[in-house]
Write a protein that binds this ligand. Structure first.
Ligand code: S3P
Length: 456
């Protein structure tokens, strides 16, 4: 008997008690830290490990709520997953199309990536599963994922408008390979199609006009799939996956997450006298648009000890407080820094001059409407910000008055960006709820404090 939760049944992984916090102007941030593992890679390592035959070991897994929800979902689908030491996990997979039918709804909490990638993996298996999440995830569009999965033979029953959660997905017994052109640059759409395509005969092709992060393609290659990615047009990629490979368990070392490192990088830039070293930061070029932009703004970011692990390059970054200037960020850079605009806007507020960030329509469908939320966060702290179509324009004056209370909207990155802003602002910046930081970076507050950040 299938239970499809109603929209009023809230499955919250968060405590319902808001946890406000204030960040005050701090002395120099000094020290060296190892940022936790990359969220995108952590999700993928668990999912591909669950679809492989044999054992996958993962070291440096991000132990945050989003990723732990993916681990739970993989267990519910039949994989054996154990935590063997701090940040070390082992996965015994079930093989492609080998998922068992879960006995309860899969609850992804706040995580769009976990939910959408697992939808792809389930779409290629002859099972039925209910997908659900918290109020933020229930508000996010799922049609963009369901459309290609239906073309591949999956069936969907959803009560919510636009295929929103909660929904039931019935995987295809004989999935069809397709050629799919993604309507927006999204690694989640691309990955869902590729994961469903694993179970299809022949070749599944995804074409994107703007290249999005390529961790799924790289990791699939390491697990033994035959997959080829080639340039398409001026900024795009065409990815061809040969279906029904046998994936074999591997050892995955997860590098530090550049999207989490971003908060420390910007904090070091805007807090006078700071000098921070961040080790093992992933520098896959499809993730480093923020670092490129900050360097254009005049940021002192030195990159050393560059090396690679399992196809993902990483480096040590040394960041020193810098005088920043406003720049124009082109729309085609957006996919390589899509999660970093909030914190870039903070850097732009401390810069001298105008920063124009173009082509930000996708920010409207993240954990919150980040375009509006970014402008609100700045304005309430005395910074001039304007939204014009899909562009965000920030008038930097070299300093930030602060003094505002920022609404988190169930969005971890709003909370962390606002706190970073408070560390350099003239008056304290308060956030209404830091609880959602645990979805991606549970140690953010203690790690910042250990470097000298003042929170109370
Ligand atoms: C992610 C892709 C991005 C990003 C998200 C993680 C991934 O979403 O915003 O935080 O791991 O594939 P889109 O690709 O849908 O933009």
């Amino acid at each position: 008997m299938w239970y499809l939760p109603r929209a009023e049944d809230t499955i919250l992984t968060q405590s319902d008690q808001p946890r406000p916090l204030e960040a005050r102007e701090s002395g120099a941030l000094i020290g060296q830290v190892r940022i936790p593992g990359d969220k995108s890679i952590s999700h993928r390592a668990l999912i591909l490990g669950a679809l492989a035959v044999g054992q996958t070991t993962i070291s440096g897994l991000l132990e945050a709520e989003d990723v732990l929800n993916t681990a739970k979902a993989m267990r519910a689908l039949g994989a054996t997953i154990e935590r063997t030491a701090d940040f070390a996990w082992s996965v015994h997979g079930v093989g492609i199309a080998g998922f068992a039918e879960p006995r309860a709804p899969l609850d992804f909490g706040n995580s769009g990536t976990g939910c959408r990638l697992v939808m792809g993996a389930v779409a290629g298996c002859p099972i039925t599963a209910v997908f659900d999440g918290d109020a933020s995830l229930r508000g996010r569009p799922m049609r963009r994922i369901l459309d290609p999965l239906e073309l591949m033979g999956a069936r969907v029953s959803a009560n919510g408008e636009g295929g929103r959660l909660p929904l039931t997905l019935i995987g295809a017994r004989d999935p069809l390979p397709i050629v799919y052109r993604t309507p927006v640059a999204s690694a989640q759409i691309k990955s869902a199609v590729l994961l469903a395509g694993l179970a299809a005969p022949g070749t599944t092709t995804v074409i994107e006009t703007e290249a999005s992060r390529d961790h799924t393609e790289l990791m699939l290659g390491h697990f033994g799939a035959e997959i080829v990615s080639a340039r398409e047009g001026s900024h795009g990629r065409k990815i061809v996956l040969h279906g029904q490979p046998e994936l074999h368990g591997i050892d995955v070392v997860v590098p530090a997450d550049p999207s989490s490192a971003a908060f420390f990088v910007v904090a070091a830039l805007v807090v006078g006298g700071s000098d921070l070293v961040l080790s093992d930061v992933m520098i896959n070029p499809l993730r480093t648009g923020l670092f490129t932009t900050l360097r254009e703004m005049g940021a002192a970011i030195e990159q050393t000890e560059t090396r690679g692990d399992a196809g993902e390059p990483m480096a040590r970054l040394r960041v020193r407080a810098s005088k920043l200037r406003g720049v124009e960020v082109p729309a085609e850079r957006a996919p390589s820094m899509i999660d970093e605009y909030l914190v870039l806007a903070v850097a732009a507020a401390f810069a001298e001059g105008t920063t124009i960030m173009r082509g930000l329509h996708e920010l409207r469908v993240k954990e919150s409407d980040r375009l509006e939320a970014t402008a609100d966060m700045l304005r309430i702290n005395g910074v001039k910000a304007e939204i014009s179509g899909d562009d965000l324009i920030v008038e930097g004056r070299g300093h930030v008055p602060g003094g505002g209370l920022v609404a988190t909207h169930m969005d971890h990155r709003i909370a962390m960006s606002a706190l970073v802003m408070g560390l350099g602002a003239e008056k304290a910046v308060r956030v209404d709820d830091t609880a959602f930081i645990a979805t991606s970076f549970p140690d953010f507050i203690p790690m910042m404090r250990s470097l000298g950040a003042e929170f109370s």
